[in-house]
Design a protein around this ligand. Structure first.
Ligand code: S3P
Length: 428
């Protein structure tokens, strides 16, 4: 019987790495970042910063030294800033660049070009930012024309950490006060890092979903950031271990951000045996070890829209566990899943159906009727979405026969060594 055993320190957190790189713009001088994510997405952020005049040098396999020119010293880029597949890169840079006094063009790959950018650019326009859609409205590529920004009070309709962070980066360059109200809790890496790095901001009325900033008059001091391990990468091993009886996997050093712990919460509701041991702090995050033991068959649960923002990246792999559970695994209020690196509702439904599961699709979610087996021996289409590819590798492990993944190498977007790390834990 297959199971997963052992200890694995997954690579650095992708969201925190983007921020550790991009927030160096708020400092002037040499910052260092260690424990960096090896994700191609993060490399794209670093390369865009280099085009803006940041000097970036590797000082080890997962360490960089970044010399920032400061917010007033950027160089106008002489070619397109290519975010590749990375929504975080293009959206955070849109906010950062909207207050700069030069024009830049931002673009990405086919998947990124199909994702909505109006959710960031339209609110930025309320602050006086100027943009031009270069091909299709609401989509990359677009030009950011530097402008003088003024503060605005935003009541966001979409619970997005990327949109919130972009607006705060613009607000730090704007006249007056910028307030960003979120409709629900999201990953709060940005305000945690702002606190640690000394970037001034306030929680309005003490509410952590309402953040205000003003123009920064002085750069923050250069910093050293130690990036913890990525819970979204660890999620795949958590699901596999929870689903395979006899498994015992320990995942140390994880950032236990309350805006990203849906995977632990849902697996526990499904009956999984999970221990979480907080150990230290880094980048403003609580860092801890998660141990998952596989036991009885998991049971079905419903995940509603109120907690979706805490697990948009983990729902696909949770759905794989759902296909094997007792009862039904159901996702509702998950419209955001349709505008990720792929339409994750359609992708989950297509692939689990092909693998033999009984799945219904709704506009805002899906329902998988759990069964004792997932037959597999089917095609698994990644739609070039790294999280669908890794979910396929977990489905392959849990199914009676493996699935055939069409483009497994797209895992490099977040976790290039995923297959080898998984193999290291699997006992056959
Ligand atoms: C991210 C936020 C999430 C997440 C993405 C990374 C971030 O997107 O899906 O992978 O680093 O802020 P949204 O903020 O758009 O939900």
């Amino acid at each position: 019987m297959r199971r997963l055993t052992g200890t694995l320190r997954v690579p650095g957190d992708k969201s925190i790495t983007h921020r550790a790189l991009i927030f160096s713009a708020l400092a002037k001088g040499e910052s260092t970042v260690t424990g960096l994510s090896p994700a191609q997405d993060c490399t794209n952020s670093a390369q865009c910063l280099q085009q803006l005049g940041f000097e970036i040098r590797s000082t080890g396999s997962d360490a960089l030294r970044i010399v920032s020119p400061g917010l007033t010293g950027f160089t106008a880029p002489d070619r397109t800033l290519d975010a590749g597949n990375s929504g975080t890169t293009i959206r955070l840079l849109s906010g950062l660049l909207s207050g700069q006094q030069f024009k830049s063009v931002l673009d990405g790959d086919a998947s990124l070009r199909s994702r909505p950018m109006g959710r960031v650019l339209n609110p930025l326009q309320e602050m006086g930012a100027q943009f031009v859609w270069l091909e299709k409205e609401n989509c990359a590529p677009f030009a950011v024309i530097g402008a003088q920004l003024h503060g605005f009070d935003f009541d966001l309709k979409v619970a997005s950490a990327q949109v919130q962070t972009a607006l705060l980066l613009a607000g730090l360059q704007a006249d007056g006060i910028t307030v960003v109200r979120l409709p629900a809790a999201v990953r709060d890496h940005t305000t945690r890092m702002f606190s640690i790095l000394g970037v001034p901001f306030d929680f309005v009325d003490g509410n952590e979903n309402i953040v205000s900033v003003q123009r920064m008059t002085e750069p923050i001091a250069p910093y050293h950031a130690m990036v913890p391990a990525d819970i979204s990468s660890a999620a795949f091993f958590m699901v596999a271990a929870a689903s395979l009886p006899g498994s015992d996997v320990t995942l140390p050093d994880l950032a236990l951000n309350p805006g990203r712990d849906l995977v632990i919460e849902v697996l526990r509701e499904m009956g999984a045996d999970i221990t979480v041991t907080p150990k230290s702090n880094s980048c403003g995050e609580v860092i801890g070890t998660v141990r998952v033991r596989g036991g009885d068959r998991l049971r079905g649960v419903t995940v509603g829209g109120d907690r979706m923002a805490r697990g948009v990246d983990e729902i696909p792999v949770l759905a794989v566990a759902g296909a094997l559970c007792d009862g039904e695994f159901r996702v509702e209020g998950g419209q955001e899943l349709r505008v990720k690196e792929s339409d994750r509702i359609a992708a989950v439904v297509t692939n689990l159906r092909a693998a033999g599961a009984d799945v219904s699709e709704f506009d805002d979610g899906f329902a998988v009727k759990g069964d004792t087996v997932l037959s597999g021996d089917s095609d698994w289409t990644t739609f070039d979405d790294h999280r669908m590819a890794m979910s396929g590798m977990i489905a392959s492990l849990l199914a009676q026969s493996p699935v055939r993944i069409d483009h497994p190498s797209c895992v490099a977007v977040s976790y290039p060594n995923f297959a080898a790390d998984l193999n290291q834990l699997v006992v056959r």
